[in-house]
Design a protein around this ligand. Structure first.
Ligand SMILES: NC(=O)c1ccc[n+]([C@@H]2O[C@H](COP(=O)([O-])OP(=O)(O)OC[C@H]3O[C@@H](n4cnc5c(N)ncnc54)[C@H](O)[C@@H]3O)[C@@H](O)[C@H]2O)c1
Length: 396
């Protein structure tokens, strides 16, 4: 059983609390820190938390607390992590880990120096669909992974601090791109180095300094390509989609707007439909169990099991740092309009991985380019002669 100090009583703090204390869980929030007394008290009441405070350190240092969960705005993550190090408390931190790689690296170094457990709360690599897809990728069902795209777009975040570049650290690239980068990186292989990023970003709709729409390509050392599509200006709800293309197969995931649950209502008795849903009348796309569909349940299970088994969780501060480093390169690329290198002072994966080679053996003489059965019943082979390089066609 884990006894949690929750830092922050807002949007994600409540989602986390619903997951942590849902379904007869053994784990319990024992202390809540919130900036305002009324919010701390309300959260304590809603989740039957014994201790509430408006002083962050008091919550972290509380003797009952075994693990601290950071659910605060991005600019407060580092200060909270440092207090966990000071009090030698295990820490799990929401995404993005830092506002940039420099901040994330300092956090990684601090937790490792303090010797405390650290987990990075990237829920979207714990969704049931993602976990099953990753298992298929790892078993080789898709062959070599060539391209992995992840898209997260919605009509914009729910609190003022997100829209302030200083507090948030960026716009939708940082806020949503962090999910997408980790999803693509997981499919391609977390031990494969991301090397370069090309990114377009613009502020198309919202009156803010940060970007509200961006598309980026992340090149990996083995030749695979990751792609992210992010927006705070998308209309129609929360669009969470991933696509994976391998030499032997394909995966398409739709995690939110199409989960197989379509509903029509005239609006009578209209209520909450799903996160960032823009409408509660007409044809709707509700989500059966958001906590599970968004990965929170599997994420906390992995975090706490890892703590209890004395191992690292699937997502640690190191992963948060790598993601921040990729996103820093995306920001540099959006400004320079060039491919920008990913600067990784700390890299723990493979080094010098060779680029994937395109040739597929057919027999001693030929490589196979393509085989196809046509509508008129012919089975065709397109082959390349290994010695001469000539491309030939055979009908069998
Ligand atoms: N899927 C996800 O993993 C996910 C989703 C949403 C948000 N987040 C992350 O969670 C963190 C919090 O986001 P949120 O959506 O809960 O925001 P929120 O605004 O709903 O809640 C933030 C909480 O921090 C408190 N707070 C705000 N400013 C503060 C300050 N200056 N000092 C002390 N406390 C302050 C607020 O009172 C509130 O309790 C962010 O890092 C965000 O990126 C993650």
């Amino acid at each position: 059983m884990q006894r949690i100090a929750m830092l922050g009583s807002g949007f994600i703090g409540r989602f986390y609390a619903d997951s942590l204390q849902g379904q007869r869980s053994r784990d319990k929030i024992v202390s809540i820190y919130s900036r305002r007394e009324e919010s701390a008290k309300k959260f304590a009441e809603d989740y039957q938390v014994d201790h509430w405070t408006t002083d962050m350190e008091t919550s972290i240092a509380h003797p009952d607390v075994t693990v601290v969960c950071i659910s605060l705005p991005n600019n407060l993550h580092e200060a909270a992590v440092n207090l966990c190090c000071k009090h030698k408390k295990a820490v799990i931190c929401t995404k993005p880990l830092g506002r940039n790689a420099e901040e994330a690296k300092r956090m990684l170094e601090a937790v490792e120096k303090a010797g405390i457990f650290h987990g990075y709360l990237e829920d979207l690599v714990y969704t049931p669909k993602f976990l099953k897809a990753l298992q298929s990728v790892k078993s080789g069902a898709l062959g070599r992974i060539l391209w992995a795209k992840s898209r997260e777009t919605h009509p914009g975040p729910h609190s003022e601090w997100f829209w302030d570049k200083e507090q948030a650290g960026g716009g939708c690239i940082l806020d949503l791109g962090c999910h997408c980068v980790e999803i693509a990186r997981s499919f391609i292989g977390k031990d494969i180095k991301p090397v370069e990023v090309m990114c377009w970003a613009d502020t198309q709709v919202k009156p803010i300094d940060a970007e509200d729409h961006a598309i980026g390509l992340v090149k990996y050392e083995n030749g695979a390509i990751g792609q992210f599509e992010v927006s705070w200006t998308f209309r129609g709800g929360l669009d969470l989609r991933d696509e994976v293309m391998g030499s032997e197969g394909t995966i398409w995931l739709n995690s939110f707007l199409r989960t197989g649950f379509d509903m029509f209502t005239t609006g009578k008795g209209a209520e909450y439909v799903a996160e960032k849903a823009e409408s509660n009348t007409g044809w709707l796309f509700p989500v059966g169990d958001e906590l599970n569909e968004l990965g929170y349940n599997h994420m906390f299970a992995d975090m706490f099991r890892a703590m209890e088994e004395g191992r690292e969780p699937a997502e640690s501060f190191y992963d948060g740092y790598v993601v921040n480093a990729v996103l820093d390169a995306a920001y540099r690329s959006a400004a320079s309009k060039q491919w920008e290198p990913v600067k990784l002072d700390v890299w723990r994966g493979q080094e010098g991985v060779e680029k994937m080679r395109p040739q597929t053996d057919y027999n001693e003489q030929y490589y196979l380019i393509k085989e196809e059965t046509t509508h008129y019943g012919a089975k065709k082979l397109i082959l390349k002669d290994k010695k001469t390089g000539q491309i030939v066609e055979q009908t069998i």
